[in-house]
Design a protein around this ligand. Structure first.
Ligand code: 3PG
Length: 287
């Protein structure tokens, strides 16, 4: 049973392997499902309890924070995901948003649409020689660091699980906050990472820092971020993820923020790879 939109090629491959119910209207399908395939749809204890035949939950993507993993463990339901597939797409969007912020591309575009020629007000900054702080040096963080290096950025990173890296100088969390011109977050949502960017962390950042979050909304305290954007402690933020999604909150009122609707891995290529990886992982479990 597939609850969220899935790449067509993947869907056809699944149909060759099994009886597929795609985006069912009623919950009865879930009750009979052997495998549940989701993207960001929440799979809580109640759903898991109702799905009496469930053996596998497949997350078409990286983050499994939408799935009640404890309930799965209790019921011996296997949870699989596709951690490699979205890396390039999320990393490329991150660099795109950094360029958008430093060169004020969105403001420039909007002013042109308003028939205004704001050339003199649109003085930007180069990426070269700036210090980029990467929080979380997993697959995506490392890909971001690699791309940033090609722009001649000075890349530092904080990740308690990584001992050395050829792509970034590893530093402490406080050191990263203090020394980065631009900070980008690429961690999963866990008890340790929830609200790791709170008011205290923001206070330690450079005045006029640029902040990006393409990981999970709850890693950042949205109220503290809002205040810091208002006072310009944070010059500008780019967010792809929110505490509550879909998001339509007060950050949309600010001019110094770029907001995208969780599109990090929304590319044809990433979705195709996610589908391929998903099919392979399901084959490993069942064949
Ligand atoms: C992920 O965890 O794979 C990304 O955040 C993408 O989530 P999505 O599948 O809901 O777009």
């Amino acid at each position: 049973v597939v609850l969220d939109p899935l790449d067509e090629v993947c869907l056809n491959k699944l149909k060759d392997m099994a009886n597929v119910v795609y985006k069912p209207q009623d919950s009865q399908a879930i009750e009979k499902a052997d495998v549940l395939i989701v993207r960001s749809t929440k799979v809580g204890e109640d759903t898991i309890g109702r799905a009496k035949n469930l053996k596998v939950i497949a997350r078409a993507g990286v983050g499994t924070d939408n799935i009640d993993l404890k309930a799965c463990e209790k019921k011996k339901i296997k949870v699989i995901n596709t951690p490699d597939a979205p890396t390039t797409s999320v990393a490329e969007l991150t660099l795109g948003l950094i360029i958008c912020m430093l060169r004020k591309i969105i403001i420039a575009h909007n002013s042109m649409k308003d028939k205004l020629w704001k050339k003199n007000e649109l003085l930007g900054n180069e990426l070269a020689e700036k210090t980029l702080g990467v929080i979380g040096l997993g697959r995506i963080g490392t890909a971001v660091a690699r791309l940033a290096k090609s722009f001649n950025m000075n890349v530092i990173a904080y990740d308690p699980n990584i001992k050395n890296s050829e792509h970034a100088n590893l530093v402490t969390f406080d050191n990263l906050l203090k020394n980065s011109d631009i900070i980008t977050i690429h961690v999963p949502l866990t008890i340790e990472t929830e609200k790791m960017i709170d008011g205290d962390a923001i206070k330690k950042m450079k005045d006029g820092v640029f902040l990006l979050n393409l990981s999970r909304g709850k890693v950042v305290d949205e109220d503290a971020l809002y205040q810091a954007l208002k006072t310009k402690k944070i010059a500008m933020a780019a967010l792809d993820v929110y505490e509550k999604e879909p998001y339509n909150g007060k950050l949309t009122d600010l001019d110094n923020v770029i907001l995208t609707p969780h599109i990090g891995s929304n590319t044809v290529e990433a979705q195709r790879r996610i589908g391929e990886e998903l099919v392979e992982r399901l084959k490993e479990v069942f064949i």
